[in-house]
Ligand binder design. Structure first.
Ligand code: HEM
Ligand SMILES: *[C@@H]1O[C@H](CO)[C@@H](O)[C@H](O)[C@H]1NC(C)=O
Ligand SMILES: *[C@@H]1O[C@H](CO)[C@@H](O)[C@H](O)[C@H]1NC(C)=O
Ligand SMILES: *[C@@H]1O[C@H](CO)[C@@H](O)[C@H](O)[C@H]1NC(C)=O
Ligand SMILES: *[C@@H]1O[C@H](CO)[C@@H](O)[C@H](O)[C@H]1NC(C)=O
Ligand SMILES: *[C@@H]1O[C@H](CO)[C@@H](O)[C@H](O)[C@H]1NC(C)=O
Ligand SMILES: *[C@@H]1O[C@H](CO)[C@@H](O)[C@H](O)[C@H]1NC(C)=O
Length: 355
């Protein structure tokens, strides 16, 4: 307990340097959470899990801050498709590590998968196989936000890893395309109980990261979207000279690597990259929310944290469901199939905790 408090104090102190205006680390610990999850889940089984992840990600982001965006998006894809069960990490998932023919708008960074399994290895080395890949991903997404300049917040833990990846169809059904307008995004996310404020706040994830041309060239060719600023459109045409161009560009032109509220300022200037972004400012149901976040970053951070907590608990597996994967990209070999004895299984567990 003393250790936990000490750790919180450390977070609050470091947030004084990195995000001087915001920390609700204390306040949200009392928010209601899904049964089976806990704010102190690994307090005795792996007390260092959060510090191991944060320390390593600080190193990773120092070399390439772009990786933060890749990790944040990976957590979003995990949670939206079949719940936050690490299924997106499995080989064979429609946008997973080994999927070469995923639609371009699903393309996740290969390095994001590697970073998660590297964190998994570090954590399991310290504690044995007790922390799930889905929890590691949720913590990595939180640290990606915080270490890019965004809010710090506590993440309820205790997710377990799913045994199956989602089919391509299920994946496509659950991840709306960037070509959707705000009404389509609102109704898609309403099926997961997200309200318009959640939709606008979560879309703020686009304050960091990049996109391939193919995700937005429908707004440039054959005709230019009248809701796009003309200078912005001309610059994008330079980066993406044709609809099939393979270049990438930043999602938030004002501060592409910083987690801040500038994404909403972009939208107010008709410099949103996707239809799904820009239409949030056109649509009367969401326009006021966009404006309120553009003028008040504290408000955006507060709402973003609440929506991330919601997203991070979508259809989680807890208790005895699922498993704790020994390798984030493959499910554990089912020992029962090989008629392994209980003794052998126990020996294997020992081996993991020694690892
Ligand atoms: C609301 C519906 C959403 C749509 C339609 C959408 C669509 C997209 C698309 C098309 C890309 C670019 C993919 C590419 O061409 O490479 C992208 C990137 C990204 N998205 Fe979203 N997204 C949505 C919600 C979210 C949410 C909820 C988050 C996180 C809170 C998020 C975080 C990101 C990040 C960080 C990137 C950049 C990834 C990188 O740089 O590797 N998105 N999104
Ligand atoms: C997947 O979706 C496509 C198009 O909607 C449909 O033609 C196909 O039958 C679906 N496949 C499965 C396995 O459900
Ligand atoms: C990807 O984008 C294309 C066109 O831009 C769209 O037809 C497709 O539905 C999108 N799919 C997803 C899953 O975003
Ligand atoms: C984008 O790709 C084209 C080739 O399709 C290339 O000529 C151009 O220089 C690239 N632009 C940028 C900004 O990377
Ligand atoms: C894009 O399409 C054009 C013509 O349709 C073709 O000449 C070009 O090679 C394609 N470029 C890429 C990067 O696929
Ligand atoms: C900005 O939002 C915060 C958090 O909701 C609120 O406390 C504050 O009063 C707002 N600031 C302004 C200037 O409206
Ligand atoms: C995890 O499994 C993948 C796929 O089988 C394999 O390529 C990778 O080397 C494994 N990672 C570790 C650390 O064993």
């Amino acid at each position: 307990m003393a250790k936990a408090r000490c750790f919180t104090a450390f977070l609050l102190i470091s947030s004084l340097f990195l995000a001087p205006y915001f920390s609700i680390s204390e306040a949200d610990s009392s928010a209601p959470i899904e049964s089976g999850l806990s704010w102190t889940f690994y307090e005795s089984s792996c007390p260092k899990v959060e510090s191991i992840i944060r320390k390593q990600l600080k190193k990773v982001f120092k070399k390439d801050i772009g990786q933060a965006a890749g990790l944040l998006r990976l957590h979003f894809h995990d949670c939206f498709v079949q719940g936050c069960d690490g299924s997106v990490l499995l080989d064979g998932s429609a946008s997973g590590p080994s999927e070469q023919d995923a639609p371009p708008n699903l393309s996740l960074r290969a390095t994001a998968f590697e970073i998660i399994d590297d964190l998994r290895e570090r954590v399991h080395k310290e504690c044995g196989r007790v922390v799930s890949c889905s929890d590691i991903l949720a913590l990595a997404a939180r640290d990606s936000v915080y270490l890019s300049g965004g809010p710090d917040y506590d993440v309820p833990l205790g997710r377990r890893d799913g045994l199956t990846f989602a089919t391509r169809n299920v994946t496509l059904q659950n991840l709306p395309p960037p070509t959707d307008n705000a009404d389509a995004i609102l109704s898609s996310l309403a099926t997961k109980k997200f309200d318009p404020t959640d939709v606008v706040a979560l879309s703020g994830g686009h304050t960091i990261g990049i996109s391939h041309c193919s995700s937005f060239t429908n707004r440039l060719y054959p005709t230019q979207d009248p809701n796009m600023d003309k200078t912005f459109a001309n610059n994008l045409k330079g980066i993406c000279p044709a609809a099939n161009s393979t270049n990438t560009t930043v999602l938030d032109i004002r501060s592409p690597d910083k987690f801040d509220n500038k994404y909403y300022v972009d939208l107010m200037n008709r410099q949103g990259l996707f239809t799904s972004d820009q239409d949030l400012y056109t649509n009367s149901k969401t326009r006021g929310i966009v404006t309120s976040f553009a003028v008040n970053e504290t408000l955006f951070f507060e709402k973003f944290v609440l929506s991330m907590l919601k997203m991070g608990q979508l259809s989680v597996l807890t208790g005895k469901k699922g498993e704790i994967r020994a390798n984030c990209s493959i499910r554990n070999p089912d020992n029962k199939l090989y008629l392994a004895s209980v003794v052998e299984e126990e020996v294997e567990e020992e081996a993991w905790s020694e690892f």
